[in-house]
Design a protein around this ligand. Structure first.
Ligand SMILES: Cc1cc2nc3c(=O)[nH]c(=O)nc-3n(C[C@H](O)[C@H](O)[C@H](O)COP(=O)(O)OP(=O)(O)OC[C@H]3O[C@@H](n4cnc5c(N)ncnc54)[C@H](O)[C@@H]3O)c2cc1C
Length: 306
């Protein structure tokens, strides 16, 4: 892609990054940074650890029309085999240990959610038990409003530090419109740098019992061991995508190295050598066949990077 001055987005981004102190990695294979284990190289991967410095760079990227996207733990991404056609901004540098004060925890975007859940349990703070098996980062779970059963990440968020594409750092106090089902309209296209979580004090033993229950349920109902990106489709209102896919006889349907899990029909697994094209073709087949047989058009939860 050429930008206005006839320069490529890579040249333009390199020039902006040369004037910054941000850590830059080149040609980073994204299959090593995604749970599906699929994806070509990020030509430029930026790993900031300071919101103000990132803000300056994002403001310059935006002014120069340099495309960019944010990377968390890569557990909800399907990345193209040729790699993405934009700068990847990783949250991995925002990974300091959470600061716990009373019933509140302040945590960086790059911190691992399963690790956070354990830390909170040990501190006797309840509210994120549902997330024990969600392998995302804090930033990715805020952005996706990740959830399971009755719990969703947004319910626990009392404050966010966001970096806007216009180059501003903002503090947001979420309200009812900030989060929706597997989305965060109030966050929009901003980078989540940190979150303050509002939790409830509880007995660590009782919290750990709940974690064991969630874990047991997950192990019984989801594919273990195989590479996947969690649920591929959002649940349609009043139903479950997995139930519909199963009812259409699509369990174990395969394209190349990708197949619909026999354990949970809303999971697609990489059997080892799947390409992004295999997974994308399988997603399209499943969506089309479910629509043809049931009239329900499934919406993707997994995010595709091209
Ligand atoms: C085994 C398994 C089980 C799963 N179970 C669940 C589940 O029960 N419930 C559920 O909801 N999900 C589940 N998922 C999906 C996934 O873990 C969640 O969607 C999670 O929120 C993704 O976080 P991430 O850090 O991996 O984000 P990524 O996959 O890296 O990115 C996902 C999206 O968030 C954006 N993003 C990432 N970081 C930031 C940031 N700092 N600021 C702004 N935007 C950002 C990305 O640009 C992208 O659009 C599961 C996945 C797997 C592999």
């Amino acid at each position: 892609m050429l930008l206005a001055a006839g320069r490529s987005w890579i040249d333009e981004a390199e020039a902006i990054l040369r004037a910054s102190r941000l850590r830059v990695l080149r040609d980073v294979p994204l299959r090593e940074r995604t749970y599906l284990g699929i994806g070509g190289p990020a030509r430029l991967l930026v790993a900031p650890d300071d919101a103000q410095e990132l803000a300056v760079v994002l403001g310059r990227f935006t002014a120069a029309a340099v495309p960019f996207e944010f990377l968390g733990a890569g557990s909800n991404l399907l990345v193209a085999d040729a790699g993405p056609s934009f700068v990847v901004v990783s949250s991995e540098g925002f990974d300091a240990e959470p600061v716990i004060e009373g019933a509140a925890a302040r945590v960086g975007a790059g911190y691992s959610v399963p690790k956070l859940v354990k830390r909170l349990a040990a501190a006797g703070l309840s509210g994120l038990e549902f997330a024990e098996g969600i392998p995302g980062s804090v930033g990715g779970c805020v952005r996706m409003n990740a959830g399971w059963h009755e719990g969703a990440f947004g319910q626990a968020v009392a404050g966010l530090t966001l970096v806007g594409c216009d180059g501003r750092v903002e503090e947001l106090r979420p309200d009812r419109s900030t989060f929706a089902y597997r989305s965060s309209p109030g966050v929009g296209d901003r980078f989540v740098a940190a979150a303050t979580l509002r939790l409830t004090p509880d007995d660590p033993g009782r919290i750990k019992d709940r974690l064991r229950e969630y874990h047991g349920h997950r192990v019984r109902t989801q594919p273990a061991g195989a590479r996947n990106a969690g649920c591929i489709f959002k649940n349609p209102p009043g139903d479950h995508a997995g139930r519909l896919i199963d009812a259409c006889g699509l369990k174990q349907r395969a394209v190349g190295g990708a197949s619909v899990s026999e354990v949970h029909a809303n999971f697609i697994i990489n059997r080892g050598d799947a390409s992004a094209d295999d997974v994308a073709a399988l997603i399209d087949q499943v969506r089309d066949e479910v629509f043809r047989k049931t009239g329900v058009r499934l919406e993707e939860e997994v995010i595709r990077w091209r």
